[in-house]
Design a protein around this ligand. Structure first.
Ligand code: KMH
Ligand code: ZN
Length: 273
């Protein structure tokens, strides 16, 4: 079976230091955290950044500084967020893509997000896809519900996304698709045979969905953005703990761990270095 690509979603936009003191928020803290996650086995970092007050931002300068600091420490694949946080404009959200990271997320539809709405209008999705194409940034489709698979495939039909396709099924967001094995299989069956996929289970769903993905040949995202607990009531002391657990489970099941370069090959990313 293909090596498993582990993505570490180390910061996110919603979690606060009040919820967990282990959340990195400054560029230095994030870079150190990414290095630890990378040493533990992560091949991709899904990256959000925070401003001086710890609040989510898509500020290009903060992304630039953070990416620079990460690159000094590790050759992990950097995947910037274009989701940002609820209420940001598409223009704000697209900014880090112009720094030409290797990857960026691309959510292909609107979804309720707790009591809020994660708005992704068709014209905004097309704009994100176009800018990623222009800057040579590989999109990862962020799929929060099943209709978003069709929307992603529609972008491919329109020629806005080309080459190898990679999907990340984000499951268990209140308002999005439920975190069940049946839902996961249904979505996996509906993507092209030569596409790759990963799963990001939210909260307590992170571990069981990761365990289901392993024998299916899927890839896995873990991290404090999605889940701050190592086990019930026990905070994870860092993203690396969550990554290391997946590494152990994967090895038990006979799946090797993809290095960043393995992941580049699997995902069809040509290194610019
Ligand atoms: N913060 C969420 C509203 C992404 O990074 O692409 C959106 C999100 C998705 O985290
Ligand atoms: Zn995110």
């Amino acid at each position: 079976m293909e090596k498993v690509i582990i993505t570490a979603a180390v910061v996110g936009a919603e979690i606060t230091k009040e919820q967990t003191p282990y959340l990195p928020t400054t560029p230095d803290e994030i870079a150190i955290e990414v290095e630890k996650a990378s040493k533990a086995g992560a091949a991709i970092v899904h990256l959000h950044v925070r401003d001086k007050d710890g609040l989510p931002t898509q500020d290009k300068a903060i992304y630039r500084e953070t990416i620079h600091k990460i690159k000094e420490r590790t050759d992990i694949i950097i995947q910037v967020s274009t989701g940002g946080s609820i209420g940001m404009t598409p223009e704000e959200r697209i900014q880090p893509v112009t720094l030409q990271p290797e990857m960026a997320t691309l959510t292909t539809g609107t979804v309720n997000f707790g009591e809020e709405v994660f708005l992704n209008r068709p014209q905004d999705i097309r704009m994100f896809a176009k800018v990623m194409g222009d800057y040579g940034v590989k999109p990862e489709f962020e799929i929060f519900d099943v209709g978003m698979v069709n929307n992603a495939l529609h972008l491919v039909k329109e020629g806005l996304v080309k080459g190898h396709l990679h999907f990340d099924f984000v499951m268990g967001v209140p308002g999005g698709i439920g975190a069940t094995a049946k839902h996961l299989l249904h979505m996996v069956e509906h993507i092209p045979k030569d596409a790759t996929w990963s799963v990001a289970g939210i909260g307590r769903h992170e571990l069981p969905l990761g365990m289901i993905a392993l024998p299916l040949g899927g890839h896995i995202r873990v991290g404090l953005e999605d889940n701050i607990y190592y086990s019930k009531g026990i905070l994870a002391k860092g993203n690396d703990e969550l990554v290391a657990r997946i590494v152990r489970l994967a090895k038990e099941l006979g799946r090797d761990i993809a290095s960043p370069n393995d992941a580049r090959k699997i995902l069809g990313i040509t290194s610019r270095e």
